[in-house]
Design a binder for this molecule. Structure first.
Ligand code: ZN
Length: 240
């Protein structure tokens, strides 16, 4: 007896469910819905992820965090980061679950937004915050570099992956005072290619802005290079 259309549909959805056990393609932000083909987040999350729209304002909570620390041309984060939020889930999947595509796709999306902003139009090149080589080796990739790659693609600006590097200086961060930790971070970065940076407006890119200690350390190194102007972008910003 031939199957009815509904039976075929039911069976095919059972198959899809079975297949998804082996080839899970669920939204990286909500973990429930199926995203459109080739996308990492579902349509609902794409809409509901908490965008900051900081790129529309010269002064905003991102740039305020660096007041008195260094000179920023522009600064913005793509999403607000709160505990248990879609953003947290997205970043967790990017950092710890080998979902490298999240970084590239969110970077592309954000690049399309930044392209519309007068503030970010002056950027000449993009530099990601480097991971410690040991960490990059064990993770297999630098999530900030993936986000930077996406930004580079839609902004149409070159990605300078080796311009800023981790120094070989590295001590354990545990059992240290706050001052010692900050001093450690400040010494953790070195310029890898001053020639590529000289005279350029650099967009420094990281995954999440919290205290800003890492971005500040990197930014100060970049600003040591003659003629460098500095802007920053991150995928998320904590707000507490
Ligand atoms: Zn979703």
């Amino acid at each position: 007896m031939p199957l009815s259309w509904n039976e075929i549909k039911n069976r095919s959805s059972i198959w899809k469910d079975l297949l998804s056990l082996f080839y899970p393609h669920i939204c990286a932000a909500c973990g429930r819905n199926t995203p459109p083909h080739g996308h990492v987040v579902c349509v609902s999350c794409l809409y509901k992820l908490p965008k900051t729209n900081f790129h529309l304002h010269k002064e905003n909570p991102f740039t305020e965090r660096f007041w008195g620390r260094l000179s920023l041309q522009a600064g913005a984060a793509q999403f607000f980061f709160t505990k248990g939020s879609r953003t947290q889930q997205l970043i967790h999947q990017l950092k710890y679950k080998n979902k490298q595509e999240i970084g590239v796709q969110m970077g592309k999306l954000y690049g399309a937004q930044l392209r519309e902003s007068q503030l970010f139009r002056q950027v000449d090149a993009i530099v990601p915050v480097p991971l410690h080589p040991k960490k990059e080796w064990s993770r297999g990739y630098n999530q900030s570099a993936l986000f930077a790659q996406g930004l580079s693609e839609t902004l149409g600006k070159p990605l300078l992956n080796r311009a800023l590097q981790r120094s070989t200086y590295a001590e354990s961060q545990t059992q240290k005072s706050r001052e010692e930790r900050l001093d450690n971070i400040a010494r953790a970065f070195v310029i890898g290619d001053a020639g590529a940076l000289r005279g350029k407006h650099i967009l420094l890119v990281d995954d999440v802005l919290t205290t800003g200690a890492t971005l500040e350390a990197c930014g100060l190194r970049l600003l040591d290079v003659p003629g460098v102007q500095l802007s920053m972008a991150t995928m998320a910003i904590t707000m507490d």
